[in-house]
Design a protein around this ligand. Structure first.
Ligand SMILES: N[C@@H](CCC(=O)N[C@@H](CS)C(=O)NCC(=O)O)C(=O)O
Length: 237
């Protein structure tokens, strides 16, 4: 049994963290049995979530975990992919995980409106008093990280245009296919679902979320994915 250590569920999806949502999506796509637990960062092998515990060993990083699971249990979902489609999937995954992720951080942590919505949910990760103290300190660190990475140095309008370009490229690659690379789901869909859903479910009407809502193929894709892989999911009690 795989123990999945991750953040809390919120807003009708399995996790507030897009990387945790990606890994849980992958596990559900494969049908591998797992149990989800609220993570203790002290045990995270790479200091980040998600991580898993399997046969007494801890393993961190959603992608390294997926590759480990593919090696151990078989990666049949991706077996028939052409080299070109594999490369396409890789590029889309990188855009979402390296670039769109920064936009998600920007919307939740850097913008004051976003932080008002995100703070109470994030605090739920900690015991009550600890959360109230830790959240603003972590916010400062995340905002500094956005500045170091570069996105945080731009004007709001510039940031929005960059985010739209990324999302528009993902929508174009998806086109009218049921899944990113064709009729059948592949591991790359775990990332596409997780990151697009993370933007759509965040309960704040932002220009980036509005733009994503306008990409009807992305919205339908998220619905389709949820119906197929999360139909019997309910938030932990
Ligand atoms: N490359 C990692 C990224 C994971 C990641 O950035 N997780 C965030 C939550 S969404 C985290 O744990 N952040 C805590 C930190 O950076 O200290 C993966 O794929 O698992």
């Amino acid at each position: 049994m795989i123990i999945l250590h991750q953040g809390p569920a919120a807003w009708g999806v399995a996790n507030i963290s897009p990387f945790c949502l990606k890994l849980e999506s992958y596990l559900r796509m494969t049908g591998l049995p797992y149990k989800a637990r609220l993570a203790d960062f002290g045990k995270a092998p790479k200091g980040k979530i998600p991580f898993i515990e399997e046969d007494g060993k801890y393993l961190g990083d959603s992608q390294l975990i997926i590759e480990h699971l593919q090696g151990k249990h078989g990666g049949s979902m991706d077996a028939k992919l052409s080299a070109e489609n594999r490369a396409r999937g890789h590029l889309v995954r990188r855009v979402l995980e390296e670039s769109v992720y920064q936009h998600i951080l920007q919307e939740r942590w850097a913008s004051d409106d976003g932080w008002r919505v995100y703070k109470p949910v994030f605090e739920g990760f900690f015991p009550p008093v600890v959360g109230a103290v830790a959240a603003p300190l972590i916010r400062r660190k995340v905002v500094q990280g956005l500045h170091r990475q570069g996105l945080g140095r731009h004007q709001t309008e510039e940031i929005l245009e960059m985010g739209k370009e990324d999302l528009s490229a993902v929508a174009t690659v998806l086109g009218d296919k049921p899944f990113l690379l064709g009729d059948s789901p592949t591991s790359f869909d775990a990332t596409v679902y997780a990151f697009i859903a993370s933007i759509l479910v965040f309960p704040l009407d932002t220009p980036l979320r509005r733009f994503t809502q306008e990409q009807k193929n992305l919205v339908q894709y998220v619905d389709r994915f949820q119906q197929r892989f999360f139909a019997n999911w309910s938030p932990p009690a």
